[in-house]
Design a protein around this ligand. Structure first.
Ligand code: SF4
Ligand code: MG
Length: 341
């Protein structure tokens, strides 16, 4: 059977005065219902643009999109906007980064959730309001019958995030996308929100895509991890494989900047030195080479000249990485000055 979600060679390019911005350039992945994919990368890696393409939000913009997005047997890249609108919110739904921009300040939280439901269901206002109360309850908002009449500003940051999750789930979407669902929240609330997404996923059986710059956020909740850099895939595998034996130096860098792996709370993290590449002119060879501390370990000069293909990591069923380092070199790095140090 075909995968529930099958993204094939997705490209999203934006023409600008300075040149063609290749935000997403040949990304493929699959996802089944009941499973969670974490798409990880710095800002400008193409992770958010990938998620917007899943929602068809590029339609009617100047973006040039190619490739295929198959969702439950339907191809979304070529789907007309009118049909996409039918799916948006109902079949595929998004939890946005910032609840304040998604919730209108002048309307009650309850009326907004009810409205999101009525867009796709022919029900009375009363039935939609009951549904809103039920959803607020399910996302753990106390006294939902009372809170349903509150305005967004009367909710705390964490509660607003919950309300937005309620709004995203009100139509029971088969695919839920969460773009940095936790960045604006403190650590305790972050953990609660991630737990909530996981519980709701079990309850609703939906497929979830979590977009984040923080590998730590997805290490507990994702089944698979896709690491993006410069609009491309650089590592892809099950979370267990990627965390147990990360293969790409960029992933090593992401791991080293994860707070709870460094042990001491408050210890300074090691952000990856350098800046993300220009999406108009990617560096030749490996697009990560200007920032890579290990390019000297790869066979003579290849990193600056030849772009590494995504290859199957030996001894695995599907773990992929794009790096010129040999297995021997990686072993040596891991044993010495590598990421396990
Ligand atoms: Fe570093 Fe070379 Fe691997 Fe790129 S291909 S990550 S530059 S070692
Ligand atoms: Mg983003």
């Amino acid at each position: 059977p075909a995968p529930f979600l099958d993204v094939r060679d997705l490209r999203v390019h934006f023409p600008t005065e300075d040149g063609l911005v290749k935000s997403v350039d040949g990304v493929s992945f699959t996802l089944e219902k009941g499973r969670t994919l974490g798409i990880v990368g710095e800002s400008g890696s193409g992770k958010s643009v990938t998620s917007l393409a899943l929602l068809g939000l590029h339609k009617g913009t100047r973006a040039r999109v190619s490739g295929e997005i198959w969702l439950e047997g339907r191809e979304l890249v070529a789907l007309p906007e009118a049909q996409m609108r039918e799916l948006r919110g109902r079949t595929v739904s998004m939890i946005f980064q910032d609840p304040l921009s998604a919730l209108h300040p002048f309307f009650t939280v309850g009326s907004q959730i009810a409205e999101a439901y009525r867009v796709h269901h022919k029900v009375s206002k009363k039935e939609a309001k009951d549904r809103a109360v039920e959803m607020l309850k399910r996302v753990g908002i106390p006294q939902p019958e009372r809170r349903v009449r509150d305005y967004p500003h009367q909710f705390s940051g964490g509660m607003r995030q919950r309300a937005m999750i309620a709004m995203s789930l009100v139509c029971d979407p088969a695919l839920l996308i969460a773009d940095e669902p936790t960045t604006a929240l403190d650590v305790t609330v972050q953990a609660q929100i991630l737990d909530l997404i996981r519980d709701l996923q079990e309850e609703f059986g939906s497929a979830v895509v979590i977009i984040t710059h923080d590998l730590g956020v997805v290490s507990d909740v994702a089944d698979d991890i896709l690491v993006m850099y410069g609009g491309r895939r650089i590592e892809y595998g099950t979370t267990r494989e990627v965390l147990k034996q990360p293969e790409h130096p960029y992933t090593w860098g992401l791991l080293q900047s994860m707070p709870h792996l460094t042990g001491d709370v408050g210890e300074r993290l090691n952000p990856i030195p350098g800046t993300p590449p220009s999406l108009i002119n990617l560096p030749d060879g490996c697009s990560f080479h200007p920032r890579c501390a290990y390019k000297g370990w790869a066979p003579e000069g290849r990193c600056t000249v030849e772009r590494p293909e995504l290859r199957l990591v030996s001894g695995t069923g599907g773990h992929l990485a794009a790096c010129h380092l040999t297995d021997e070199a990686k072993q040596e790095i891991r044993g010495g000055t590598g990421p396990d140090d």
